[in-house]
Design a protein around this ligand. Structure first.
Ligand code: GAL
Length: 406
């Protein structure tokens, strides 16, 4: 056994995986309820069911969140994505389509499990999948959602771009941005006026530096990129696009690198672990998107790892930053409450030895001397020291919480 292997025994990874915009005027005298003080956690239908989702799938997901222990681990939102919408009646009221016979009854069912229900729309005339959306009906739709008992709205740009932004032919980029912001501000005001606390999730793919103006339109979270896919390239690319966004995240307003693909596609266990670890480091919303009734024990163990969830949900809400990269290895750090710290080391290379020997540089993280911590995937106590060699399997992660960094 090489000396470096001996030194490393404690950290080996198993499994070799605008302008100024006025604050919205509130519709009631009461202050808005504070939602999403930590990143929202739950499940969303899109990544697994896409257009096929039905009322029964949502009920099953609620049942499964409870029976798998995911609810107890913090997953409370059950979010219906696109394709629930039917048509509007003569009074303009939107009705669900045949897949969702009674939205109020569905909300009651989800609430009876101690969970919350989310829904989806677009500021344009049509959703991305071509269903009826909210343009011109924002107030009416927000009131409808509140009357059903909806707790979360994902508002996806979709056809607003062609139907309004392109149609109005704005003179310049600033005018185009004002149109974008106006769309999201309008729904924020409508939601606030509807009087029910509803998490407001912006989905416009990270355009126009949404992180700078999202909080001004009442957003609790905003997508920072295009759609995630269940493969390493997509996940790693999205991860890297989050570098530099940490200062925009905090309690009540979060960067959203998109919903989880843990358990989907052909992701290896190492890739699922790294995806989940890094979304937790990013203080990202943790919205599972997998086939809950057929979840394997390994995927359940990843999604319910309390130590990793605690990193995501840390009350300070400080998103990780990428401290440095060395070849194909990236080191991210996150400051936690109680002066604690989390360190994530990701091997993005194609094999265990692609960037080896990799030596952890604690000096460059501002840490002096050996650091005691816990490996959050093995549960082992570990001591990190400057320059120590670390072996990490391809696409796997070393995630350590250091309670008292020095
Ligand atoms: C996309 C969005 C996806 C999903 C889909 C539904 O624009 O990014 O997350 O909501 O629309 O049509």
């Amino acid at each position: 056994m090489r000396v470096s292997s001996l030194l490393l025994a404690c950290v080996l990874i198993p499994g070799s995986a605008w302008g100024q915009h006025p604050r919205p005027v509130l519709g009631s005298a009461a202050p808005p309820a504070q939602v999403a003080l930590t990143p929202p956690m739950g499940w969303n239908s899109w990544n697994f069911f896409a257009r096929r989702v039905t009322d029964q799938d949502i009920r099953n997901a609620a049942d499964q969140l409870v029976s798998t222990g995911m609810k107890d681990a913090g997953y409370v939102y059950v979010n219906i994505d696109d394709t629930w919408e039917g048509e509007r009646d003569a009074g303009g009221e939107l009705h669900p389509n045949a897949k969702f016979p009674d939205m109020k009854a569905l909300a009651d069912y989800v609430h009876s499990k101690g969970l919350k229900l989310g829904i989806y729309s677009s500021p344009g005339p049509r959703t991305c999948a071509g269903y009826a959306a909210s343009l011109g009906h924002e107030v009416q739709d927000a009131q409808l959602y509140a009357s059903w008992g909806i707790d979360y709205l994902k508002y996806d740009l979709c056809s607003y771009r062609e139907a309004v932004m392109a149609a109005e032919a704005p003179a310049d980029k600033a005018a185009e941005m004002r149109l974008m912001i106006a769309a999201y501000d309008k729904m924020d005001k409508a939601l606030k006026a509807a009087g029910r606390p509803i998490v407001y999730s912006l989905c416009q793919y990270g355009w126009d530096a949404v992180w700078e103006w999202g909080p001004k339109v009442g957003a609790n979270l905003w997508r920072t990129t295009g759609d995630i896919k269940p493969n390493w390239q997509s996940i790693y690319s999205i991860l890297n696009q989050q570098a530099g966004l940490a200062r925009y995240a905090g309690p009540g307003h979060w960067n959203d690198p998109d919903m989880l693909e843990v358990g989907n596609g052909n992701l290896t266990l190492a890739e699922n672990r790294t995806h989940f670890s890094m979304w937790a480091m990013l203080a990202a919303p943790l919205l599972a998107g997998n086939d809950l009734p057929n979840m394997t024990p390994e995927i359940r163990a990843i999604l319910t790892n309390r130590d990793v969830i605690a990193i995501d949900q840390d009350r300070l809400g400080r998103q990780a930053t990428r401290a440095y990269s060395d070849g194909e290895v990236d080191v991210w750090t996150r400051h936690l409450s109680g002066r604690a710290m989390a360190i994530a080391v990701v091997n993005a290379g194609p094999d265990r030895f692609s960037t080896h020997p990799f030596h952890l540089n604690l000096d460059s993280l501002g840490l002096k001397g050996p650091q005691k911590g816990k490996n959050l995937w093995t549960g082992d106590e570990v001591t990190l020291s400057n320059g120590m060699p670390v072996e990490i399997a391809s696409h796997d992660v070393l995630l350590v919480r250091i309670p008292s960094p020095r």
